[in-house]
Structure formats: C-alpha cells, structure tokens
Design a protein around this ligand. Structure first.
Ligand code: PFF
Length: 457
C-alpha cells in the first residue's frame, strides 16, 4: 500500500527524526555509560559505533521505510511480496516499541513532575518537620522516592503526557508531529547551548572536560565496546520500527544517506553537549564519585548541583523543561510506529488508530508506574514490571530486531532496491553504497549479535 502522507519540508523531517533520536538516552543514559566505561575512551568508541554501525543501519532503515511505503510490517510485504514471514521482524519492532513506550511514558511523567516541583520550589524546600536536616543527597533521594514512587501524582503526570501525545498524534503527521518538532527541537538546542555555557564557566570545568575528553586506553575492554554499541542503538532509535515509519513519510527526493548522517551527527552532538554539561558540574560540586546511573543522575545529583548554584529554581525548571521536551518528542515517535500500523494494516482512520494505540497505554503505563511504587513487591524474575519490560525490550528485543533487520536488508531484499533508494533511483551518485551494503550485510549483524550474547554472559 502506498502512503500519500508526507512530511512537508526537509527541516521538518529532520526535526521530527532528530526529535525521536534525542531523548532520555542522550540525557541520562549517555553520561552514566560514559562514567561507568572510563570517560573519554567510551566517547571515542561510541563515535566509532555511530559512524561504523549507526549511520549504515539507519540508512538501511530509511531505505526500507521510504521504498516500502507502509508501516513497519507492511514494508516487508511490499519490498519482497514472495518472501512470506519477514513481516514478523516488523511486528517484533512494533511490540518492542510499544512496550518501551509504556514505561518511557512514565519516566516522561517524572520529568514533568520535576518541572512542576522546580517551578513551585517544593523540590528545594527543606523538610522542616524533621529535627535534623538530612544530608543533601539523602534529601533528594527521599524526594525522588516521594515523587516517583507515590500512587497518584506519578499517574497524573503520566496521563498528562499521554494526553499531550493524543493531541499531537490526532493532528497527524504534518500538522501534529512535524509542526511540534519544528517548535520543540530549536527550544531543546537553545536550552542545551545555554546549559553548556553555564557549566563550562564553572570553577572546575576544565577537570570535568578532561575526564570527558582525555582518553585513558587502559580502561578499554570488550564490555566497553558492547556498551557503546548498545548505547548507539538506543540513542539513534534503531531497530524499533521508528525510522522505518518516519522514512515512509519522507518525500521521494529526500537524500537518505545525507539525512542519516545529519540525524546521527545531531544526536551525537546532543550527547557530547550533555557530557560537557554534566562532567564540569559534577567535578565542580564534588560529586564526581556519585552514581550517575539512570534516575540517580537526573533526580538526585542534578538537583544537588542546582541547589548549590544561584538561581536554583530557574536552572532546575529550565533543565527539566529540556528533559521533558526531549522525552516527549521521543514518545511521539514510539507511538507513531503503532499508529501507522493500525492505519495501514487495519485501514483505520487516523482518529481510530490513535485512540486504539493510546487508550491501552493508560492501563499499561499505570501498571508500570505503580510497579515502582505501591506494587514494587510484585516481581517477575526478581524485577519490577517496569524493569522487566525495560530488560526484555531494550536488551533482548531491540538487538534481536536489529540483527534480523540487517539480515533482511543485506541478504533478502534485492540489492537493487537498496541501491535505488540510496541513489534516488539513479539520480544521485552514491560513492558509499558498496560500503554501507557491506556493513549492513556482514559487520552489523555480527556486532549486534555480540551485544545480544553479552547479555547472557
Ligand atoms: N532514542 C530515544 C532516546 O534515546 O531516548 C528514544 C528511544 C527510542 C528510546 C528507542 C529507546 C528506544 F529503544
């Protein structure tokens, strides 16, 4: 089935795709991975992964999406109608993106809660009812559990995010997703540059920059490479059906290789800016040995930093606004994968498709939210439902989908199809096609298999 809906402008399609890529992965996953994997060496390996693996796989996804002109399952049927069964790779991606969305929405809700608490100032009010003032880290750890493991507030915040998704998705691809991205992405970049300037002017900025940019090669091991690969996949939104779906909205004259390079470089740029924001700040405020993993960085360490800076509430609100914007544009792209599927596969109207995707999320995301709060004693394989879904979708389904996608584009789809997409049917010269096709056929599936196997070692 060919789709008529397209993004209206080049800037719009780049903004939407970058909006999908830039999210919590850049803000809290990247600094944590960098800290845990030896600083600058990780950055170097990560950059290699983006160029050697990320850009070629992204190009393959764009080709499949635009050439297949359908949802994440339909593209396989359209490109190789005689090869039955490959649509299941798309189904795996849709399922994974939906599961990720169910907990990603909850975390987006937390960023919104922190935005409100920063604006009202409650986040920084010491609890005067306790006789002894808790140490700052304890204070913010307590606040975090108060805000994110409660029953009602996290649910309300998640529902606000869901409602915002509903509004944008209902407006459609051009008037909803594209327009929203055109407004939000410049805001996000401006906020990042402001934070970078502030952080780099802190007293011990140079020590932070040195940790981030001066490599210590003794810290490299196989784990570093695997972690960098996993981070590249997560951050670039690969193998989730997202890029395939968005590329199905790309006009025929879009230069796919150039778009993949632009999107990947902008995503990498945001990760590097985040490093230049976080490391100078943690060095200056003596928090370098603190755990930067996941929620601890964003909801404990950063508020500790803001509390020590002047204009605490202002900077804090601005930062959580940045985070909420990044998370929001990513939730939209995760949801659009399923919306497009409903529209194409079941011929639903946009309204019906959006409602059928968002409505069940009110239940699924509620379960995820409650599973880190009042239901935390209920576990599967020793994990809360939230962590279980995260592990299954991110650590297993995502790399598995990546391997299958590369096998499909490298071995099953006609080479001519791939080449036609990269050269816009011969109207562009593509010097890199041979290299891209080689990486997608041989190198990427093997490297991604490494990530998958590593999970079980
Ligand atoms: N790439 C986005 C991020 O880094 O947060 C969104 C995202 C897409 C997250 C796909 C996870 C994922 F599996």
């Amino acid at each position: 089935m060919s789709q008529k809906i397209k993004f209206g402008s080049k800037i719009g399609l780049i903004a939407a795709t970058v909006g999908s890529a830039v999210g919590l992965g850049n803000v809290w996953r990247f600094p944590a991975e960098t800290q845990a994997n030896g600083g600058a060496v990780f950055l170097l390996i990560y950059i290699c992964c983006v160029f050697l693996l990320g850009i070629p796989v992204m190009t393959a996804e764009f080709s499949l999406g635009r050439g297949g002109a359908s949802d994440a399952t339909g593209v396989f049927r359209n490109v190789t109608p005689d090869r039955k069964g490959w649509w299941m790779v798309g189904a795996l991606a849709i399922l994974a993106s939906y599961l990720i969305l169910s907990f990603y929405m909850v975390v987006s809700g937390w960023t919104l809660e922190y935005l409100f608490q920063s604006i009202t100032g409650n986040l920084y009010h010491a609890d005067t009812s306790t006789a002894s003032f808790p140490a700052e880290e304890q204070l913010f750890t307590d606040r975090m559990s108060q805000y994110i493991s409660g029953t009602y507030r996290p649910l309300v915040m998640t529902y606000i995010m869901l409602a915002a998704n509903l509004v944008v998705l209902l407006k459609g691809v051009q008037k909803g997703i594209e327009k929203m991205s055109n407004i939000m992405m410049p805001i996000l970049f401006i906020l990042l540059v402001i934070f970078c300037a502030v952080s780099l002017s802190l007293p011990k900025a140079s020590e932070g920059v040195a940790f981030f940019l001066r490599p210590d090669f003794s810290a490299v091991n196989a784990g570093t490479v695997v972690n960098a690969l996993g981070q590249a996949f997560f951050s670039l939104s690969l193998a989730m059906g997202i890029l395939v779906t968005y590329a199905s909205y790309y006009p025929a004259d879009t230069k796919l290789t150039r778009t993949a390079v632009t999107v990947s470089l902008l995503d990498l740029g945001v990760a590097i800016l985040m490093g230049l924001i976080i490391f100078p700040a943690v060095m200056t405020f003596g928090l370098a040995d603190h755990n930067l993993a996941g929620s601890a960085l964003v909801f404990v360490t950063l508020p500790e930093i803001f509390a020590q800076m002047g204009w605490t509430q202002f900077w804090s609100a601005l930062f959580f606004l940045l985070l909420a914007v990044g998370a929001f544009t990513s939730t939209i792209s995760l949801a659009e994968v399923s919306v497009a599927f409903m529209e194409c596969r079941f011929k639903m109207s946009r309204v019906k498709a959006v409602i059928s995707v968002i409505a069940p999320l009110f239940v699924l995301s509620s379960i995820c939210s409650l599973s880190v709060g009042p239901w935390s004693s209920f576990t599967i394989c020793g994990m809360t439902i939230f962590d279980f879904l995260d592990t299954i979708a991110t650590n297993i389904m995502l790399p598995l989908g990546g391997i299958l996608l590369c096998i499909y584009m490298g071995w099953i789809a006609p080479r001519k199809f791939f080449k036609d997409e990269l050269t816009n049917h011969g109207t562009l010269t593509s010097h890199v096609f041979g290299l891209v096709a080689f990486i997608v056929k041989w190198i990427a599936p093997l490297l991604i298999a490494l990530i998958l196997i590593w999970q079980f070692l």
